[in-house]
Write a protein that binds this ligand. Structure first.
Ligand SMILES: C[S@@+](CC[C@H](N)C(=O)[O-])C[C@H]1O[C@@H](n2cnc3c(N)ncnc32)[C@H](O)[C@@H]1O
Length: 562
C-alpha cells in the first residue's frame, strides 16, 4: 500500500494523497504559534500515517514534537509505524491500536472523574472515516449516538469531531478533512452549532468537485482554534470554495494556471483553467454566520452578498411562506408497487388501483414528457379529504399479487409498527392532492427542471412537488415555476445553498426550495413571467427566445436593470 489514495469499500478509509496532506499541514502550521516545550500532534484515525508523516516532515525538527495516532485496523497501523520509522526516532511517535471514539468520549458528569484522554494534544490533524451510521449497523450507531449525545441522521465524522475537540487543549489548532455536507445540510445543524461554540473557526475550504481526493463525498477542510472559554468571541472566518464550472458564458475572463493547488493559493475570486483543461469557479470571502448557530454556513463574498441582498429587498415572499414542498411517494418496495410488467400480472383491469406515475426520467424543464408514464399500484384513496386504504377483498387480482409479495412487504416492520396495513406505502402522501395542478421537479439534476402538471398523476419519491389547491394559487405556481427555472435562481441556489454534487449536478431539496425568493406577483414583470411560462408549458416553438425574455423579466422583477 502506498500513501496515495486507496479506497477500501465501506471501511470509510480513503487515505489522503500526499499533496493534500502537505496542503493541510501547511495550513495548520501557519496558525500554530503556541510552541510549548513539547508539542503533541494527534491523528485520531491515522490509517497508514499519511497526515502524521506530512506534518512531521514540514516541522522538520524546528521544534520538539511527539506524534500520537489511533487506528482500529491492524494492517494500516503496521503500515503507519513503518512509514513513520523512516523519518522519525521511536520516541517521536506512538501509534495505538484502539477505537478513538472510546478513548475520547465525553466525560461522565461526575466532579471526581478525571480523564487523561482529554485536552492532551496541541494539534489535531485528521481525515476521519466517512461512514453513514446506517452502514455501521443499528446497535453500534445507537451506542455512538448515545455516548456522543447526537440525534438524527449522523455520519461517523460527527462523533470524531466531538472526540477530537475533547482531546484538544484549549487554544490548540485543529485541521480536519471531512465531507462538506455538514456545512449546508439539515442533519449538519447540531455539528455546526458545536463547532461554532467550541472553535474560533479560522478557515473553511470547500474543495467541491476539484477531485483532489478520491472519496465518494465532496471534501471540505476546516481549520479552527479551540476556544479558551465558550464566551470567547469569534473572529471573521475566511472561506474558499472551488467548483468545476460547466456553464461558461462566452465573455467571462478565464485565467490560466497550472493546478488546483495553485488556484487554492490565490487571494481573489475568479475563473481559472488548469493544465488538464478543467475550468474552476474559485471564490474567497468571509463566512457568514447568522446569529442562529444551527444555520447553514453561507460562503459568499462581498459582491455576492450585495447581489443576494438586492434580491431579498425585492422579495414579496419565500416559497415556504405560502406552499409546502413535498417529497413524492415512497413505497420502500418499488419492485412490488412500481412493477414494470403490470401486463403480465393480469391485474391492470382493476383500474382504480393503477395510477400514472411521474418519475425523474419523465421530467423536462417546463413540462413532463408526454410519453407513457409508468403505473404505480397505489392502494390509497381519499375519503372526505383524509387518506384511506382500500380493502383488498374488492380487488381479488391485486390481492393475489400482493399476497405473493407479502413476506417482503411485512418485512417493512416500520409500516406495521405505525399501525398501518401490510400492503400500504410507507409515504403515500395525501391522495386528495394529486388532482390539483402541481409543479414537479427531480431531487437531483444538473439544472433546474421545474415542470407543470395538471394530469392528476402521482409523483415518485425521486421528485418533489408543490400543489395549488385553490384556483388563484395556480398563477402563483406559474410565477414560481418561471423564477425557479431562471438563470438568476440557478445562481442564487448555488450561492445560498452551496450543495453541488459531482459533474455539476445539484440537489433540489425541499429545505432549499422553500427558501426561494419570489418577487411581487402584481408587478408588470411578474405578470409577463406568468405569460411566458404559459407559452413554455404549452411547448411554444420559440423556446429559446422566450427563456431569454423570461431571464430578463426575472432580473427586472428583482430590481436589476441590465
Ligand atoms: C479516511 S481514513 C484516513 C486515514 C488517514 N488519516 C489519512 O488521512 O490518510 C480513516 C481511517 O480511520 C480508521 N478508523 C475507522 N474507525 C476508527 C475508530 N473508531 N478509531 C480509530 N480509527 C478508526 C480506518 O481504519 C481508516 O484507516
Amino acid at each position: 500500500m502506498n500513501t496515495e489514495t486507496v479506497t477500501i469499500k465501506n471501511s470509510g478509509a480513503t487515505f489522503t494523497p500526499t499533496a493534500l496532506a502537505d496542503f493541510l499541514s501547511d495550513k495548520i502550521l501557519r496558525y500554530f504559534d503556541g510552541f510549548p516545550e513539547k508539542c503533541t500532534i494527534l491523528d485520531p484515525a491515522c490509517g497508514d500515517g499519511a497526515l502524521l508523516t506530512s506534518i512531521a516532515k514540514k516541522i522538520n525538527n524546528t521544534f520538539d514534537f511527539e506524534l500520537r495516532g489511533y487506528e482500529t485496523n491492524i494492517e494500516y497501523l503496521i503500515e503507519a509505524k513503518n512509514n513513520l520509522s523512516l523519518y522519525l526516532s521511536e520516541n517521536q511517535y506512538e501509534i495505538n491500536h484502539c477505537d478513538f471514539l472510546e478513548v475520547a468520549m465525553p466525560r461522565a458528569n461526575d466532579l471526581f472523574f478525571t480523564c487523561s484522554n482529554h485536552e492532551f494534544t496541541d494539534v489535531v490533524i485528521a481525515n476521519p472515516p466517512y461512514v453513514r451510521t446506517q452502514i455501521l449497523g443499528a446497535e453500534k450507531s445507537q451506542q455512538i449516538a448515545k455516548t456522543y449525545n447526537l440525534k438524527g441522521k449522523i455520519d461517523l465524522y460527527y462523533p470524531f469531531l466531538i472526540g477530537m475537540t475533547n482531546a484538544l487543549k484549549k487554544g490548540g489548532i485543529i485541521g480536519v478533512i471531512t465531507s462538506n455536507r455538514y456545512l449546508t445540510t439539515k442533519s449538519g445543524a447540531e455539528i455546526r452549532k458545536f463547532l461554532i461554540e467550541n472553535y474560533d473557526i479560522l478557515e473553511v475550504i470547500d474543495l467541491g468537485d476539484s477531485k483532489l481526493f478520491d472519496a465518494a463525498v465532496l471534501p471540505a477542510i476546516l481549520i479552527g482554534r479551540k476556544k479558551t472559554s465558550k464566551r470567547q468571541l469569534s473572529t471573521p472566518c475566511h472561506f474558499t470554495k472551488i467548483y468545476e464550472e460547466f456553464q461558461l458564458s462566452k465573455n467571462g475572463n478565464i485565467s490560466k494556471i497550472h493546478s488546483v493547488y495553485d488556484i487554492l493559493k490565490q487571494e481573489n475570486s475568479a475563473l481559472y483553467t488548469v493544465d488538464d483543461g478543467r475550468v474552476f469557479n474559485y471564490s474567497v470571502g468571509l463566512l457568514k454566520h447568522s446569529h442562529i448557530k444551527t444555520d447553514i454556513w453561507q460562503m459568499t463574498n462581498d459582491d455576492e452578498n450585495k447581489w443576494i441582498e438586492q434580491i431579498q429587498k425585492n422579495t414579496a415572499f419565500y416559497i415556504g411562506d405560502k406552499f409546502k414542498v413535498r417529497i413524492g411517494i415512497k413505497s420502500c418496495a418499488d419492485n412490488v408497487f412500481l412493477n414494470e410488467n403490470w401486463g403480465k400480472e393480469f391485474i391492470s383491469s382493476e383500474k382504480k388501483l393503477f395510477r400514472p406515475l411521474i418519475s425523474r426520467e419523465n421530467i423536462e424543464r417546463w413540462t413532463c414528457s408526454t410519453g407513457e408514464y409508468s403505473k404505480v399500484l397505489y392502494p390509497h384513496y381519499s375519503a372526505n379529504g383524509k387518506r384511506a386504504v382500500y380493502d383488498l377483498s374488492q380487488f381479488p387480482k391485486a390481492e393475489q399479487y400482493l399476497n405473493k409479495h407479502r413476506k417482503q412487504l411485512e418485512a417493512r416492520d416500520y409500516v406495521i409498527q405505525a399501525g398501518r396495513r401490510w400492503y400500504e406505502m410507507w409515504v403515500p402522501q395525501n391522495p386528495e392532492l394529486w388532482k390539483f395542478p402541481k409543479l414537479i421537479f427531480p431531487d437531483i439534476s444538473v439544472g433546474a427542471l421545474f415542470s407543470y402538471d395538471e394530469s392528476g398523476a402521482i409523483v415518485n419519491g425521486n421528485c418533489y412537488w408543490i400543489v395549488a389547491q385553490i384556483d388563484n394559487e395556480k398563477e402563483l405556481l406559474l410565477l414560481i415555476q418561471g423564477v425557479a427555472n431562471s438563470s438568476l435562481m440557478a445562481q442564487y441556489h448555488d450561492l445560498c445553498f452551496n450543495n453541488k454534487l459531482y459533474s455539476g449536478r445539484r440537489r433540489y431539496l425541499s429545505q432549499y426550495i422553500e427558501k426561494y425568493p419570489i418577487p411581487d406577483p402584481s408587478s408588470v414583470f411578474s405578470k409577463r413571467i406568468i405569460e411566458i411560462v404559459k407559452l413554455l408549458n404549452d411547448k411554444c416553438s420559440l423556446k429559446k427566445e422566450l427563456e431569454k425574455e423570461l431571464n430578463d423579466c426575472v432580473n427586472k422583477a428583482f430590481g436589476f436593470t441590465d
